[in-house]
Design a protein around this ligand. Structure first.
Ligand code: SF4
Ligand code: SF4
Length: 122
């Protein structure tokens, strides 16, 4: 089920336009392997009671850091999926990345120039 949702998202994004983006969340398909946690550039993932969870307030879809969604790339069960309840723009995501990492001058410069890693630009 989770994999079918993930597979449908690229098409949904093309249809809706790139202005509609969704923060990631973790489904009940999580097997608590822990592989995703160290991959997150924003420390947005932590172990929960039954499965790992994403703090949506810290998730940038890896925008600003990677040209792929790091948690989804390593998850063996396709449990890391975009959350349709969390619709945001790429501008919001890069602004969040900068706000979360005020010490990263290089990230701030990339954000200002518009030249930053984003899986939405692949
Ligand atoms: S999409 Fe990226 S920023 Fe969001 S939880 Fe996954 S690894 Fe972290
Ligand atoms: S990589 Fe997937 S299965 Fe492993 S802890 Fe993260 S969400 Fe769960």
């Amino acid at each position: 089920m989770a994999s079918s949702i993930a597979a449908a998202l690229p098409l949904a994004r093309r249809l809706l336009g790139r202005s509609v983006i969704m923060a990631y969340s973790i489904t009940s398909d999580c097997i608590n392997c822990g592989a995703c946690e160290p991959e997150c550039p924003n420390e947005a993932i932590r172990e929960g009671a039954d499965a790992y969870v994403v703090d949506a307030a810290r998730c940038t879809e890896c925008v600003g850091f990677n040209d792929k969604v790091a948690c989804a790339a390593v998850c063996p069960t396709d449990a890391c999926v975009a959350d349709p309840k969390m619709k945001e723009t790429e501008a919001q995501l890069i602004a969040r990345a900068v706000a979360l990492h005020p010490e990263k001058a290089d990230l701030k410069a990339k954000a200002a120039s518009g030249k930053f890693p984003s899986h939405l630009r692949n």
